[in-house]
Design a binder for this molecule. Structure first.
Ligand SMILES: Nc1nc2c(c(=O)[nH]1)N[C@H]1C(S)=C(S)[C@@H](COP(=O)(O)OP(=O)(O)OC[C@H]3O[C@@H](n4cnc5c(=O)[nH]c(N)nc54)[C@H](O)[C@@H]3O)O[C@H]1N2
Ligand SMILES: Nc1nc2c(c(=O)[nH]1)N[C@H]1C(S)=C(S)[C@@H](COP(=O)(O)OP(=O)(O)OC[C@H]3O[C@@H](n4cnc5c(=O)[nH]c(N)nc54)[C@H](O)[C@@H]3O)O[C@H]1N2
Ligand SMILES: [Mo]
Length: 836
């Protein structure tokens, strides 16, 4: 079964010489497959649907789908996902891992020394490591459940492919939660009975009709709605355009509570309340204090629909701790004048007010408090469950507020096969079977350590092997230098991707996946809208030796005799058809007729569903609190949670509180040394790290080839900096280069580098080395939000900025590692973007 052992293979390599194995493949598969053609191919992505113009087998142009009225400019970066020097072309194994396997010198990770191997060798290595780890250490040593933004497509879900193969082979250490809403999704079920973050929101037409005031709290929907978890239809932008008109006519007052003038604020032409970063709690408490002390709160609603207001009041009024949470108290912390705070409270209480909360503020130390307190404010206003009132945490996501259609909902490829058992179902030896996801590096560093998590005790296992597929931990995890040190403790790391991300560069076995654009699939059009079904046709043949995740894992499963179970005996097109046919059958049950698969697939490739009915979030609860209780222990909104109080956490007591984060600008802890608050918000021109390796598109926003750092004119002046300067951004955790953009949108004391900027170490693998491109997670801290959620605190980070002096290092983030680069004449790696 095993074609070649690692050691045997290595012998062959030494005998034949590395060059022979790396061997230039002068004819890429793409060239062979190219036929003379000029066609428009329909496909879809996280950025929307589009038509790719293909000439002689090559994708040359991207046109937005004609049904998308608000396509995002990011579509222009898509083509380069296929064609760029950072493509993973061949299966590659890190040189020293090839020599010594799991006993390799792991300090060499990140040094970019890889050797090309065949697919069958790479999968043998992968399989033997899975076996070895299961047999020597058991399932707790294997971490294979990490998730991420992979690609759209109901069938080709990278995470589901990995999960299905792992579930057939053996149990493994899983993760809980995510980076997006890790704090809110843990606290809100205690407070409001549901996660609230990913749910549909009240239909926009009702909000536009009923709201008098909309408070957008730390959210930037105009920027963030460009992308979707499924293929966005962007229909939601129609409603934002209507809101803009109402703002202009003075019919709705919109206030953006944000330290930065957001894209949304500028689009709407609305007001801004520019508070100091991380001071949302004082501001919210002061609004609550004003509402209560001026008798503006809805006592009837509080009595009927909530519990625990009486336990919260002593804290709010200061009878329990001697500090009333008044507007005057808050003003000194959040930098918003007390009169402005009081005026906002009165405005909110004077008519129908919709609170729109984003997620950035919960990605902070004690981030749970913001989510909790926004619900408390809404409860005090008493409009929860009314059209255009109450709170919502998902308005910037997946086209929320667009009316959900009456169409069938497609299910996807599943990681779980009912009735099957894994080959290895070993003992976890008292270690936890899952860890809160953002703590995974802490887990690698501290096996045996016990932490709190939402009322449970989590004991970190000793992780030996990790597999990543469809995510990029070397972008998304905080504190890169801590991570590099931790990585050395892992014996084997497998990374499956189509781009040479830093996660691949720090792996031992790198497997080239196809992009979505090199395979057939289908996807729901419009996430919350579920507006229809979109065919995603293969645009170009797979480049180099890239294979679909499906084929990779089927082939892996063959090595332990479970390929047939993995594939279910179906071809890829049969899977796609069966997903469609399920929806078609479902449609029949609800009176929605879909064409036959062949007609859909070979015909228009698009069906749209009939519109549904407008809907009001929490209306059922408001109308019948006894019959439609919330999922909290009391069935009511819990302003005080006995469950949380009983956990006994000092950093998350039984009602919302203001607790200083571990660092904070504007006079907070640590600001003497590092005075600037670093935002690492979601990029306007990327989806996380995706599209960063699109060289031409990246060049449209970089400064001196680096990721932009945005800064206020006052802060730039104070440091003698000007727009376009190359700057060093640093703190006690690390240092990065960035290109300065001086912008009036930023308040003094606030700077931003968008998340997803690729890590490009000056010295690969060295802890503390300068990042040559600008990865903000070199500067963030890896500390849990609290004992309750253990969520990421990416947005609690202080830095200082100075002009970069000295010899300017080349950007090392892009291109491919040395031995892989430049070997295919079709895509010569550009010198400036070479790694190594
Ligand atoms: N500092 C800071 N850090 C953050 C955040 C922040 O606000 N600040 N936000 C956090 C949040 S909310 C999130 S969701 C995470 C996102 O973190 P990730 O989800 O890890 O980010 P992506 O860049 O989308 O990574 C997806 C990877 O999958 C690869 N991929 C795409 N399609 C396929 C496929 O078909 N097969 C395979 N095998 N691979 C594929 C892509 O090339 C890419 O490398 O980042 C988090 N990190
Ligand atoms: N274009 C694009 N859209 C995306 C994504 C992407 O990568 N690119 N990623 C998607 C994903 S996975 C997620 S999780 C969501 C992320 O959604 P969010 O986390 O809500 O988005 P961010 O843009 O990071 O931050 C939203 C706003 O919070 C503000 N803010 C920052 N600090 C503070 C503060 O201390 N107080 C207050 N009041 N406001 C503050 C920022 O200035 C910004 O305007 O976006 C999704 N949409
Ligand atoms: Mo996210």
């Amino acid at each position: 079964m095993i074609s070649v052992s690692r050691r045997g293979f290595l012998g062959g390599m030494l005998a034949g010489g590395a060059a022979a194995l790396i061997g230039p493949s002068l004819l890429g598969r793409a060239v062979q497959a190219a036929e003379a053609q000029d066609k428009l191919v329909l496909s879809g992505s996280h950025w929307g649907a589009f038509r790719a113009r293909v000439v002689e087998g090559r994708w040359v142009e991207t046109r937005p789908f004609e049904h998308d009225k608000h396509p995002t400019e990011m579509l222009q970066g898509l083509r380069e996902v296929v064609y760029n020097p950072s493509r993973v072309r061949y299966p590659m194994v890190r040189l020293d891992w090839l020599r010594q396997g799991h006993l390799s010198d792991t300090r060499e990770r990140g040094q970019n020394r890889f050797v090309r191997v065949t697919w069958s060798q790479a999968l043998d290595f992968f399989y033997h490591e899975l076996e070895r780890v299961q047999k020597t250490h058991g399932p707790s040593a294997l971490y294979a459940g990490h998730s991420g933004w992979q690609s759209v497509g109901k069938f080709h879900s990278a995470g589901a492919m990995l999960g299905r193969a792992m579930n057939l082979h053996g149990t493994y250490l899983a993760k809980a939660g995510d980076y997006s809403t890790g704090a809110a999704q843990v606290i809100l079920p205690h407070v409001a009975g549901a996660m609230e973050v990913y749910e549909q929101q009240t239909s926009w037409p009702l909000v536009l009709e009923h709201s008098k005031t909309i408070v957008i709290w730390g959210s930037d929907p105009i920027k963030n709605l460009q992308v979707g978890w499924l293929v966005p239809d962007h229909g939601v932008y129609d409603y934002w355009a209507q809101l803009k008109e109402k703002v202009a006519r003075g019919e709705i007052r919109v206030i953006s509570v944000d330290p930065v003038k957001s894209k949304t604020q500028k689009f709407l032409g609305c007001e801004q309340l520019a508070l100091n970063p991380q001071t949302d709690l004082p501001l919210m408490l002061a609004l609550a204090h004003t509402l209560h002390s001026e008798g503006l709160h809805d006592a009837r609603f509080l009595k009927e629909y909530t519990t625990g207001y009486d336990k919260f009041l002593p804290y709010l009024l200061g009878t329990s701790d001697g500090q009333p949470k008044s507007a005057d108290w808050a003003a000194a912390i959040c930098g918003v004048p007390a009169d402005t705070i009081r005026e906002l409270a009165r405005t909110m209480a004077s008519g129908r007010t919709q609170l729109i909360g984003g997620w950035c503020v919960q990605r902070m130390h004690h981030g749970e408090q913001y989510a909790w307190m926004l619900v408390v404010l809404a409860a005090m206003l008493g409009q929860i469950g009314l059209p255009g009132g109450g709170f919502g945490f998902g308005w910037h996501y997946n086209g929320a507020g667009t009316i959900t259609s009456n169409g069938p909902v497609m299910s996807g490829f599943s990681s779980v096969i009912p009735g099957t058992k894994p080959l290895h179902d070993g003992d976890f030896k008292g270690y936890s079977k899952f860890i809160p996801v953002a703590r995974f590096v802490d887990c690698i560093l501290n096996p045996g350590k016990t932490i709190d998590f939402n009322g449970q005790k989590i004991t970190y296992p000793a992780m030996k092997m990790a597999v990543f597929c469809g995510n990029n931990p070397f972008h998304h995890q905080q504190d890169r230098n801590k991570m590099i040190a931790a990585w050395r403790r892992l014996e084997t790391v497998v990374s499956i991707d189509h781009q040479w991300t830093a996660s691949c560069r720090f792996a031992d076995i790198v497997l080239p996946a196809t992009t979505t654009y090199e395979r057939d699939d289908l996807e729901q059009w419009g996430s919350h809208a579920n507006a229809g079904i979109l065919a995603m046709h293969k645009i170009v043949e797979p480049l180099f030796e890239a294979r679909d995740d499906y084929d990779i894992f089927a082939d892996l499963c063959r090595r332990f005799g479970r390929e047939a179970e993995f594939t279910g005996g179906k071809s890829k097109l049969e899977w796609i058809q069966s997903i469609y046919d399920d929806a078609r059958l479902q449609g029949r049950g609800i009176g929605v007729r879909l064409p036959r698969f062949s007609q859909f697939w070979h015909g228009e490739g698009f069906v749209s569903f009939p519109a549904g009915e407008p809907w009001v979030r929490h209306a059922a609860f408001r109308q019948e609190p006894d019959l439609e209780p919330l999922g909290t222990p009391s069935g009511l909104i819990e302003i005080y949670s006995k469950t949380i109080a009983d956990f006994g956490y000092a950093d998350c007591p039984g009602h919302p509180v203001w607790i200083e984060p571990y660092e904070r600008s504007h006079g907070g802890p640590g600001s003497q040394q590092f005075p600037l608050h670093l935002q690492s918000c979601h990029p306007d021109k990327r989806l996380h790290s995706q599209l960063c390796s699109s060289d031409d598109y990246r060049a449209s926003y970089t400064v001196q080839g680096r990721e932009p750092l945005y800064m206020s004119p006052a802060d730039a002046r104070a440091r003698g900096l000007k727009d376009g300067d190359l700057v060093r951004v640093f703190n006690g955790r690390g240092q990065v280069l960035a290109g300065l953009v001086v912008s009036e949108d930023y308040a003094p004391g606030v700077v931003r580098i968008h998340e997803g900027a690729w890590y490009g170490p000056q010295e690969g693998g060295k802890v503390g080395t300068l990042c040559t491109y600008g990865d903000p997670n070199v500067l963030t801290a890896d500390i849990g939000a609290s004992s309750l959620s253990q969520a990421t605190t990416a947005h609690t980070a202080l830095v200082e900025v100075a002009r970069f002096e000295g010899e300017i290092p080349a950007v090392t983030a892009f291109g491919a590692p040395e031995s892989a680069a430049g070997i295919d004449p079709m895509f010569p790696a550009r010198e400036a973007s070479l790694g190594g």
